[in-house]
Design a protein around this ligand. Structure first.
Ligand code: NAD
Length: 350
């Protein structure tokens, strides 16, 4: 794919950054020209692997280089600061999920964007900000959304979703920010299941109330955050989603998202052999498969990071904000923060 030349900086050269580095490299015209990381060892790895200058902060990076955009792939509590530093200079931002580790930080991002100067690349309007909910770009998600908005399905009765995955104590020991309330803002819901919460509210509409419970079933003494959640999400208009998520399984199962409607029952599955199955009430069955791949040595649900990144740059010349921006990011954050609030004092700091 060819694209207008763009100079890009990356903030946070950790596990997920490789997916961003590879996606940028795959698009002609995009050039990753600089990296910032707070950790000297990560800076050394980036300098060796990428051959670009490295800095210890986003501010130093922005002072040293003229950039069109930055990618923010830092821990949750370090999302909004780097994003605002770039926005204040008119530089576009592609930021990893969640939008922030707290609702207050998310609102700070929205306010900073509303007060942003003109974009530095000479285009019309404010800088663009994308939040990386790449699973909206999966073929099966897109087809499910198309069917739900087409009217073909009739009334939507409700949904069921599950995220049954596995994590180890070593996963948290390797990156301690993941298990701490003040740095991650939560556990399973804000880090892993947020993708499915985002899809559910995008597909069935805004969630106006959340019932249920989050709990810590396996990682007591290892983390301060939840590893299991059982929720009932009440969507505007009356439909509900029954939602179960856990990181306690011995092996990961495919993510499941099923929607019951008047005219069909729809089943979305992640991973190999996954996709969308539409079982129509008249007996017809339609299937849509998803692409499956391994990124950065790990298999992510959906392989649509590069599609989101390509779309972000393809639409950058328009004045319209990117369609998955901070306000969209707040929707899933609000659901999970409500779940923490109703689950007891031990999760109040999440
Ligand atoms: N969209 C997805 O599917 C997906 C998948 C994995 C991770 N993520 C998200 O990506 C983000 C990073 O996750 P990770 O697992 O790669 O984390 P990580 O800990 O492996 O890497 C984070 C890096 O950021 C650096 N850093 C921390 N604070 C910084 C700062 N203020 N300035 C510059 N660098 C800083 C750290 O030194 C580290 O190198 C998280 O928000 C996570 O939720 C998203």
């Amino acid at each position: 794919m060819t694209q207008r030349a763009r100079r890009i900086g990356l903030v946070g050269y950790g596990d997920v950054s490789v997916v961003h580095v590879d996606a940028i490299a795959a698009i002609d015209g995009l050039e990753l020209v600089v990296v910032a990381d707070a950790d000297p060892a990560a800076r050394e790895r980036a300098a060796t692997a990428l051959g670009v200058p490295v800095h210890d902060s986003v501010e130093a990076m922005l002072d040293a280089e003229r950039l069109d955009a930055i990618h923010v792939t830092t821990p949750h509590h370090e999302h909004v600061g780097p994003s605002l530093a770039a926005i204040a200079r008119g530089v576009h931002v592609l930021q990893e999920k969640p939008v922030a580790h707290t609702l207050a930080e998310a609102e700070r991002l929205v306010a900073g964007l509303a007060a942003a100067p003109a974009r530095a690349d000479g285009g019309a309007g404010a800088p663009h900000v994308a939040i990386c909910f790449q699973n909206r770009y999966n073929r099966a998600s897109q087809e499910l959304r198309r069917l739900l908005t087409s009217g073909e399905l009739g009334a939507v009765q409700g949904a069921y979703a599950s995220v049954v995955w596995t994590r180890t104590a070593e996963y948290y020991a390797a990156k301690p920010w993941r298990g701490r309330q003040e740095t991650s803002g939560g556990g399973l819901l804000i880090n892993q299941a947020i993708h499915t919460l985002d899809l559910v509210q995008w597909l069935l509409g805004p969630v106006e109330r959340t019932d249920g419970l989050v709990s810590q079933r396996k990682f007591a003494g290892v983390t301060e955050v939840e590893d299991t959640a059982e929720l009932l999400l009440h969507h505007e208009g009356g439909a509900t989603t029954t939602f179960y998520a856990t990181l306690t399984a011995p092996v990961a199962r495919p993510v499941e998202l099923e929607v019951a409607t008047e005219n069909a029952y729809l089943e979305l599955r992640s991973g190999a052999g996954g996709g969308l199955t539409v079982r129509w009430a008249d007996g017809r069955v339609d299937t849509f498969s998803d692409r499956v791949a391994t990124a950065g040595g790990r298999s992510y649900w959906g392989v649509s990071h590069e599609e989101l990144i390509a779309d972000f740059y393809a639409t950058l010349d328009g004045a319209e904000p990117f369609w998955i921006g901070p306000a969209e990011g707040i929707a899933s954050l609000r659901i999970l923060k409500d779940a923490y609030a109703i689950s007891g004092p031990e999760f109040a700091g999440c």
